[in-house]
Design a protein around this ligand. Sequence first.
Ligand SMILES: [Zn+2]
Ligand SMILES: [Zn+2]
Length: 257
Amino acid sequence: MKVEILGCSGGMGLGQQTTCYRVNEHTLLDCGSGLGNLTQHELLKIDTIFLTHSHLDHICFLPLLIDNLFEFIKKPIQVYALPEVITTLQEHIFNWKIWPDFSTLPSAEHPVVAFNEIQPWQPISIQGITYTPFPVEHIVPTCGYHLQSDTGRTLAFTGDTTYGDAVIETLNRLGQLDVLMTECAFPDRLLELGKVSKHLTPVMVKDLVNSLNPAPHEVWLSHLKPSQQIEIRGELEKIQLKTTSLKVLEPCTSFQV
Ligand SMILES: [Zn+2]
Ligand SMILES: [Zn+2]
């Protein structure tokens, strides 16, 4: 599977866009401002979106995407998310005040977007890849996604999460991962903020990855806060992992997993 990093920052700034990854041209993991790196022609190919949670940095370009494509959409764009996330989007974004309710436009029978409720551990197969939602631990209802290609390659994307016994147990349940894609929002001096806001810092990333059995082959990190990213990168360089290579993601890069 081809995974493109459209946005991987924890904030905004020149060259900094928020979480959005594209899988095999047609599927998005989250819909942050990184989506703005695609051309209109590329946007037209998007037919499936998996959301991890409702925080603005992960959903902010969903309303604009639907509006951009409105007159061209022949089949509804399928959005998959936890029931709580869908309710939040409907109540607070697609409420006719912030943005129209596109799930009823141009008609309720033939809308341009369809919201599909997912449940942890219930897999969804889309064009050769099986997406299995799994629970993580963040400050609002959030899930990660385990991707398995039909060639057996595996990637787990945690979305935003902190770590603890439950997260470790979940990631271990996923089995051998080729790639663990997770976050590192804050430097270690903000460890308490990381715990309270349920994100990760470098020392938490180290403890999390070293607790995994089997260890993932690679760990990809994102969501660094722009104002602290030099500090976070410096701390990450000093991390000792047992068997896993670690990299900080850069926008507008792509990988074959
Ligand atoms: Zn979040
Ligand atoms: Zn976030």
